[in-house]
Design a protein around this ligand. Structure first.
Ligand code: ZN
Length: 281
């Protein structure tokens, strides 16, 4: 199943087009996309039988984030060995690096983002959306608590992120539009192996990052187990799972996002998001 957010309404994406869930379910499910995760098992059962409902054309330009207002948005740092190396940092062994992106940084899969002052960089990331409450769960149970996967960009203003005396990851990664996501939320059963997906991004058509999610130091199930050991995860919570090598700040010379740039981020079996950038006004 693929769910989408079309101009603020929950849709089910099929080969023929988009089914408006609130209409097709006669109001049983709200048009509010974020609300569906609270009833994910019930919704999944309904969606599996939702055929013959009215279709609308899928207009990706009108799509918004499939998880627009998560209660919590976690992000994992240094989760690929080659990225830890390019950042000049030791790869984590026992302690997973966790930070947050504030909710107001979320935007859709076809967004134009204003560049703040500083050095703005890209990070292609697999994004997990939770479908059940999860607290103190084991890694073997973790995937059962996931609603699905989507494509994300962990946009980062490096100067604020890394400024002494103490790094400010949460702030440097939370400017408006710094968490584009989409285009669809793809349920876990749609993947042959959700732990091994091609991931990458191009900047103005030039490949910048190319990797596979199986190279994560902490795979998705381990991330969920470790987060849930401390925090109570809720349906609709979002987890950015870290980026592979190839970011702009680690290049010589550095590649920083500039007005007019177009960044396309893709993950196998999910799709692509396209982010354009404009100058600080
Ligand atoms: Zn990141």
């Amino acid at each position: 199943m693929r769910i989408v957010n079309v101009a603020g309404r929950l849709g089910l994406l099929t080969d023929e087009g988009v089914i408006d869930v609130a209409e097709a379910s006669d109001g049983r499910f709200s048009p509010d996309v974020q609300a569906v995760y609270e009833r994910w098992p019930e919704f999944s059962a309904w969606a599996a039988r939702a055929t013959g409902a009215p279709y609308r054309p899928w207009e990706e330009e009108r799509a918004e984030s499939p998880a627009p207002r998560p209660g919590q948005l976690f992000a994992i740092g240094l989760n690929y060995l080659d990225h830890a190396e390019e950042a000049g940092l030791d790869a984590p062994v026992d302690s997973m690096v966790v930070f947050t992106k504030f909710q107001s940084s979320i935007t859709g899969p076809a967004a134009e983002v204003e560049l703040p002052q500083g050095s703005v960089d890209f990070e292609a990331e697999l994004v997990v959306v939770m479908g059940r409450h999860a607290h103190r769960i084991d890694a073997t149970q973790a995937w059962d608590h996931v609603a699905g996967l989507t494509v994300g960009q962990d946009l980062s203003e490096r100067e604020m992120q890394l400024r002494p005396p103490s790094p400010q990851f949460n702030m440097g990664k939370s400017f408006p539009g710094f968490a584009p996501m989409g285009p669809a939320l793809v349920s876990v059963d749609e993947f042959e192996n959700p732990d091994d997906l091609a991931i990458g991004c191009t900047l103005n058509g030039v490949p910048m990052q190319q990797s596979r999610t199986k190279l994560m130091i902490f795979p998705v199930a381990e991330i969920i187990a470790r987060l849930s050991a401390t925090v109570a995860l809720r349906p609709g919570d979002v987890i950015f799972t870290g980026t592979p090598a190839g970011i702009g700040f680690a290049r010589d010379p550095k590649v920083l996002l500039a007005p007019g740039d177009e960044l396309v981020t893709s993950i196998e079996n999910i799709g692509s998001i396209r982010t354009r950038f404009r100058a600080d006004s």
